[in-house]
Design a protein around this ligand. Sequence first.
Ligand code: EPU
Length: 424
Amino acid sequence: MERFVISGPSKLYGNVKISGMKNAAVAVIFGTIAVNDECVIDNLPNISDVNLSLELLKNMGAVVEKLGETKYRIDTRHISTIMAPVEEAGKMRASYYIAGASLARFGVCKVGLPGGCDFGERPIDQHVKAFEAMGAKVRIDEGYIDASAVGGMKAANIYFDCVTVGGTINAILAAVRSDGVTVIDNAAREPHIVDLANFLNFCGADITGAGTDTIKIKGNKQLHGCEYTIIPDMIEAGTFIIAAAATSSRVLIENIIPKHLESMTSKLSETGIVFEEGDDTLLVKSNVSELRPVNIKTLPYPGFPTDMNPQTAVLLCSIPGVSRINETIFSDRFRYVNELRRMGASIDIENSIATFNGGQRLKAANVRAVDLRAGAAMVLAGLVAEGTTSIEDIFYIERGYDNIVEKLSSLGAAIKKISIEDFT
Ligand code: EPU
């Protein structure tokens, strides 16, 4: 059992380099199953969700070789089973991409139902609807997605009843080797969907429209391996934006695609945080006592990301005045609020809206990471708070943040990872 221990308040200064994007990396890793060749993938973040994805592939018979710090060779030619056991698949959300990719290549899959962060109900009805539209018979039985399509997947017109990132990725994967043209309407537009489409196109696929709400996939059975570099993680970058802003600091965030961050910076600018954009950098400058309160609504991309709701809450606790977050994507995303209240935050929740009575300094406390982004919020709260904050259940944070202790330490934060036995 390990914890993060943070002595605050911190002032951050310097540069931080953003790693590859978790949610693109996991889609591309499982996408290699559909490619049935050798791929070299670079800029994979060193996080437990990536390591678990690579393990799942190895257990299916793929060859995975580390070529460098962030670079892996993945050869899926000799995959010997389409079975992903529930014990492993259930440890993460993205394991359900094995279903789409296996259906594309083998016409069958048996994948344990996914786990991932608990924000209330996370149904997969839209994934099932897409697979069925493409001719698969799908059973959800004893914890497994069990599907088969006699004669392989067929092109189809798919309309999603809600904007779903995972559903869009699974539909792209399932369609990539089918006969004919599949059209996905009301598709999600997140940068990681574009990244997966770019990767598959490098492998010979014919996917157009990724990044818009209509995506067309012309099936091609002749896919081949490629070398591909994963895009930077906009949510990791967003987390460092809030770290800088909430601690009244000046931080240069490097190795980013500024356009992807506009979904956050355009809204956060309303508070008075100063952003200076470079080609692949963003300078963040803030004096939190002079910032203005703001009302935020989470929305699918290019709206303000739900994955930045908890981290932004820490900033809103620090800005004098009343701010609000209206969460429209996940029904139970405010589980972090109880932890922030332990640190003295004044937050009221009514239905999907959290109201922050900001301006008082948070106080250090022993808190828990209740999910990945909630855990990141606790780290940020520890930077802001006076005294020593201890955070339990940090395995959630390590699912999605590459070297967060090292990165924050290099910016001047007093943060350590310790095992419980060391904690006095
Ligand atoms: N939904 C359905 N039916 C479905 C699929 C989704 O009703 O079949 C609903 C969900 O309940 C939710 C909404 O649609 O209300 C959006 O869910 P989506 O499918 O977009 O989420 P996801 O694919 O399960 C991904 C990310 C999450 C991120 C969300 C929203 C991955 C592996 N996960 O989840 O990332 O919060 O999109 O942007 O890509 C994280 O990185 O911390 C994280 C949780």
